[in-house]
Write a protein that binds this ligand. Structure first.
Ligand SMILES: [Zn+2]
Length: 376
């Protein structure tokens, strides 16, 4: 299996088109054309992890955080760690790929795995992703509607939640006059035509729409199909921010903090003062998710677990919700077993003996000093 086939599977789950505008998911270094040997998964790339890849014959590393986040102006190997890592990857023929906020915003991605780890039930997105959908409208002569519809659906148009093949059709009259250079499928050059047409409309993901238009053009009988693409503000049913669910049984605040600490394997947690009620409904967002605090409160969550929480944000939570900072590293690494399982599924299906490894060198760069354990 070529590396780009693995990447295609990952992007079916976590399309780069849904990523945050300022993010840089996708190939960071290397080529996707090589045949995949073994695959190594990590959070951040380090020299240690490149060595681990070489040792385990991995020529694809998948990091959650992109190595190249801000544009690089020069590759200066003498004193720049990022440049040194780029050199090391190229020298060892290793491709580095990142699935970052696109993996955060996908079902069963970072936040869903965090929610599952806490044992939450009825998990859904905390907030739907907006402004990533478009409406594609195409005008089709009546006898070609089925063929054009199929072309649209086969490229991913017309999906609404659990329903595929969603479209709407309205009858009408299309008019046109072909020029002397045109090759009209219906009518004659220079002659005004009026044809019974169907206005066929479907929703589509914005990052897929140009591929869908290409397929529509192939299936459409006209030399110049008339079509419109409108941005729409509907929330996505497939992608979103954070996750929310319920504990099977309500817990006291201390019991819940114990659970979080144990499940995250955390040395300590920062949290807001007591809200004086049981914790049952829980919102989570792996990594820096403080901006979802208002949404978590509005959804009636008793607790909100995220990371990188700033001092003033704890005031916003006071008396309303138990706000917990579980650590950036700790709330994100939980997605790796799912990523491993997901990629392995394709190798098993195709009977390919490629190993998918989670790095043994996953370490948070943040340490917690624990006074009571100082002598242990
Ligand atoms: Zn992160």
């Amino acid at each position: 299996m070529k590396i780009n086939e693995i990447l295609k599977h990952i992007e079916d789950w976590a399309p780069p088109g849904i990523a945050w505008d300022k993010d840089n998911p996708g190939i960071q270094v290397g080529s996707a054309e090589a045949r995949a040997r073994n695959v190594l998964i990590c959070l951040d790339l380090t020299r240690e992890i490149v060595k681990e890849a070489v040792l385990n014959k991995c020529n694809l590393i998948i990091s959650h955080h992109p190595l190249i986040f801000n544009p690089i102006r020069k590759i200066q190997i003498s004193d720049d760690p990022t440049s040194q890592l780029i050199e090391l990857l190229i020298k060892n023929n290793i491709t580095l790929y990142s699935a970052h906020t696109n993996l955060d915003f996908s079902k069963n991605g970072v936040s869903f795995q965090l929610a599952k780890t806490l044992g939450l039930k009825n998990i859904s997105f905390l907030k739907a992703l907006g402004e990533k959908l478009v409406k594609l409208v195409v005008f089709v002569p009546e006898d070609s509607v089925e063929k054009v519809s199929e072309a649209l659906f086969s490229c991913g148009a017309g999906i609404i939640g659990e329903y595929t093949g969603c479209s709407f059709k309205t009858r009408g009259k299309g008019t046109f006059r072909p020029s002397e250079s045109a090759n009209p499928a219906i009518g004659k050059r220079g002659k005004f035509e009026e044809v019974n047409e169907i206005r066929l409309e479907v929703v589509a993901n914005s990052w897929q729409v140009m591929g869908i238009v290409d397929a529509m053009r192939d299936a459409h009988p006209y030399e110049e199909p008339a079509y419109d693409i409108y941005p729409i503000r509907n929330p996505s049913t497939e992608f979103g921010f954070g996750a929310i669910g319920e504990l099977e049984e309500g817990k006291s605040e201390n019991e819940f903090l114990d659970l979080v600490c144990a499940k995250l394997n955390a040395n300590g947690l920062k949290f807001s003062p007591s809200i004086g009620r049981q914790i049952r409904k829980v919102a989570v967002c792996g990594g820096s998710g403080s901006e979802l605090l208002d949404q978590a409160i509005a959804c009636g969550a008793d607790a909100f677990l995220t990371a990188d929480v700033r001092y003033h944000t704890y005031f916003d939570a006071l008396g309303k919700i138990l706000l917990i900072d579980g650590g950036h590293f700790e709330t994100e690494v939980l997605v790796f077993p799912e990523l491993k399982r997901y990629i392995q599924k394709f190798f098993k299906r195709d009977k390919i003996s490629v190993k998918v490894l989670i790095s043994k060198h996953l370490h948070s760069p943040v340490k917690v000093y624990n006074y009571s354990k100082r002598s242990k």
